[in-house]
Design a protein around this ligand. Structure first.
Ligand SMILES: Cc1cc2nc3c(=O)[nH]c(=O)nc-3n(C[C@H](O)[C@H](O)[C@H](O)COP(=O)(O)O)c2cc1C
Length: 174
């Protein structure tokens, strides 16, 4: 099993999946990784909705430009901020981000591919209607998950010198 750093560095967004279903045990592992993220005051402001029914997935696909990714994934997890549990919007958003990253890393370690979909937030009210969520639930992301069809997905990052500094802003990190 790879270590955490190795998983962080090797994780890539995967947008094409095979038709093979994700085992329920793996889904539980992913959900556990999400709910064990840190949160301010340990308030755990997230809710996760697991979606596998094709009919629902097709409706959700209609809510994003990335419809192909959604309709070809065997599993979606809609990640919500529960406004009733919220205590500080900034910190609660950060906590939900941590939960999402935990889930992406869990997917990677399980050999699954996943992508964090944010563009769908433009239609978050429509998604709420489709999956019967009250207004007190704010959609944060939809994760599309499945067995990866693509291998060696590539990505890049800004150079460390352009974003990290020594002691003071703009003092170069060597
Ligand atoms: C907040 C957020 C929103 C994103 N929304 C989308 C999206 O709507 N569609 C998509 O294909 N990828 C989306 N991504 C994935 C990014 O494109 C991807 O993480 C980035 O290009 C870096 O690639 P990597 O994850 O493979 O390292 C999103 C990522 C984040 C963190």
């Amino acid at each position: 099993m790879p270590g955490t750093i190795e998983t962080i560095l090797s994780r890539r967004s995967i947008r094409e999946f095979t038709e093979v279903k994700v085992p329920r045990q793996d889904i539980t592992t992913i959900l556990n990784a999400g709910r064990w993220a840190p949160s301010g005051l340990n308030n755990q402001p997230w809710k996760f909705i697991v979606i596998q029914q094709k009919e629902t997935m097709e409706k959700i696909a209609g809510c994003t430009h990335y419809s192909k990714i959604v309709s070809n994934a065997p599993l979606l997890i809609a990640v919500y901020l529960d406004l009733d549990t919220m205590y500080n919007r900034t910190k609660d958003l950060q906590a939900v981000g941590a939960a999402i990253q935990n889930m992406l890393l869990a997917c990677c370690e399980l050999g699954l591919g996943a992508v964090w979909l944010g563009e769908i937030l433009n239609n978050k009210d429509k998604v709420n209607l489709i999956i019967s969520c009250p207004e007190s639930m704010e959609l944060m992301a939809v994760l599309a998950i499945g067995h990866p069809r693509e291998k060696n997905a590539r990505s890049s990052r800004k150079d460390i010198q352009n974003i990290c500094y020594e002691e003071k802003y703009a003092e170069e990190w060597k």
